[in-house]
Design a protein. Sequence first.
Length: 107
Amino acid sequence: MTDKKLLELAAKAAGIDVRCISNGEQDEQFSFYTQPDQLWWNPLEDDGDALRLAVKLGLDIFCRPAQWSECGRIGTAGHRELYKGDDPYAATRRAIVRAAAEIGRKM
């Protein structure tokens, strides 16, 4: 699933009305902003957006330092992301968005 689709489904799960601006012809080049306040929104890149998303959806976050992060709701399968590169927080943000997108997909 593309990052764009993950973010669309995560926003749906949280009841966040977002608009997408394409920065090119490919799905890899886009930005989201919220309506009506028009704040930029990207929990894949912004720690604050990711934490607000997790809290709003009641997600549990589990981290194994220097290895992986997992996110989900108690009693459901979690979404695990391995740490890659220089940003250990990226795996946690992606795990949160994947868990939120799964909730949005089921709506």
